[in-house]
Design a protein around this ligand. Structure first.
Ligand code: GDP
Ligand code: MG
Length: 427
């Protein structure tokens, strides 16, 4: 798809419509004229996202098939959840301490017919809970407690949050626990390793796009999340940076994102998230104002600022990785399917009556006898090349053989006493 189609995504159009006062006329105009193309774009991408989602539910990653995924990483309190909140326009558990303790798969779906957002949580093998915008934070916390315990522990079993809302971009993102160096009260000592393992599991596959959330208030090269994503994506070709809290540290930001000291291949997008009790719409207006009028922030290229730009970039990236990965995924699934079908064909037939069952039973018995004879008598282990358990049985058989040869030597000479009677009795 051309970038013009992506650019005119309806979520951006409607998200912006609230902001027309502060937006330039040209942007608003192109958003409106593009909406028909955008709708057809949606029609095309939605079934693909559905397919990827269903595959995720079928846990194909456990079969070694990687799915195209946008993974959100960042140091603790860098603003990961806030960025997702801004993209989805809903409230997520935010704040200090470790809030995200399990991976949260967030599926955003634009639904022009939805008057109010429809939210659904899916977790623990098919549990589905419908919730509301006001309760979603509590529902996520409750689901987290169910999966990872009520303490401060973490888990790699994901929760899926489906958000159907008018004007959100069609995106699926995975929010991961933030990286903590020092365990807080009640956290296991190896918390850093546990989190690092989960993050690596999600960002290592080349099918994953890494959305690296960096706070403007810190020095980027010192970020753990940068170190970690560089380990799996040295050149940064699948890393996109989101810089949060620009309102707190506008000084030097332009230099930081143009110098690119940390190899971000897909570029930087600077954002300002919801602060305190602001509504989502207020936050977008404030963000717009900030990047338009702030003496330092207004100097940053408009292609690099704001949640609408971030949403557009992500939709574009998502379309690209899906297009790139799907053919290979189809091939891998077909491979697995034909392998499993072959295995299935080798399974015993259905047994519907006693005669069949008895025949099958004797057949199995014969196979077992043949196996045992091979192993115990002829010492042929080709049926169990990797199973040392069977080999050990054979070794014991050998030992018994040797013992049997040694025994006659121990019979008391010239005695008519019975020998080993007690042992035989026990046996
Ligand atoms: P996470 O731990 O990475 O998920 O971070 P959170 O999203 O929970 O954010 C940590 C804190 O930073 C929260 O108190 C947010 O309100 C705050 N925060 C996030 N983004 C911004 C921003 O753009 N500006 C300001 N001023 N605060 C932000
Ligand atoms: Mg969080």
């Amino acid at each position: 798809h051309s970038s013009s189609q992506v650019r005119s995504h309806p979520s951006l159009a409607s998200g912006m419509s609230d902001l027309q006062m502060v937006l330039s006329d040209t942007t608003a105009a192109s958003a409106v004229t593009g909406s028909a193309i955008a709708a057809s774009y949606n029609d095309q991408i939605r079934p693909l996202l559905d397919a990827v989602d269903r595959l995720r539910h079928l846990k194909v990653t456990q079969e070694g098939i990687q799915l195209p995924t946008i993974v959100v990483v960042g140091d603790q309190s860098s603003g990961k959840s806030s960025v997702l909140e801004s993209l989805a326009g809903i409230s997520l558990p935010r704040g200090q301490g470790i809030c995200t303790r399990v991976p949260l798969v967030m599926r955003l779906q634009d639904d022009p017919a939805a008057d109010s957002p429809v939210l659904q949580l899916e977790y623990s093998n098919g549990r589905v809970v419908t919730t509301t915008e006001a309760n979603v934070a509590d529902a996520i916390n409750a689901a987290t407690a169910e999966i990872a315990g009520s303490g401060k522990g973490i888990s790699d079993a994901p929760i899926t949050l489906v958000v159907r809302k008018r004007g959100v971009p069609d995106l699926t993102l995975v929010d991961l626990p933030g990286i903590t160096r020092v365990p807080v009260q009640g956290q296991p000592d190896d918390i850093y390793d546990q989190i690092a393992r989960i993050i690596r599991e999600y960002i290592a596959p080349k099918e994953s796009i890494i959305l690296n959330v960096l706070s403007a208030t810190v020095d980027f090269p010192t970020c753990e999340s940068i170190r970690m994503s560089q380990q799996v994506d040295r050149t940064g070709e699948r890393t996109l940076a989101v810089v949060t809290k620009v309102d707190k540290a506008p000084e030097g930001l332009l230099e930081k994102v143009t110098m690119d000291d940390v190899n971000i291949g897909l570029g930087y997008v600077c954002v300002r998230n919801r602060i305190g009790e602001e509504t989502y719409d207020q936050a977008r207006v404030e963000e717009e104002r900030l990047f338009k009028y702030h003496p330092l922030l207004s100097k940053i290229d408009k292609d690099m600022v704001g949640i609408p730009v971030l949403a557009q970039r992500l939709v574009q990236i998502q379309a690209t990785i899906i297009a790139k990965c799907l053919p290979d995924i189809v091939r891998q699934i077909n491979d697995r399917l034909s392998r499993s079908s072959t295995e299935l064909d080798q399974m015993p037939p259905d047994l519907n009556n006693v005669a069949d069952a008895v025949r099958e039973f004797f057949h199995i018995l014969k196979l077992v006898c043949a196996s045992l004879e091979k192993i115990l008598v002829r010492s042929e282990f080709d049926e169990y090349p990797d199973d040392s358990h069977f080999h050990a049985t054979a070794r014991i058989a050998e030992m018994f053989d040797r013992y049997a040869k040694k025994l006659p030597a121990q019979i008391p000479k010239g005695s008519d006493q019975l020998f080993l009677m007690e042992e035989m009795r026990v046996l």
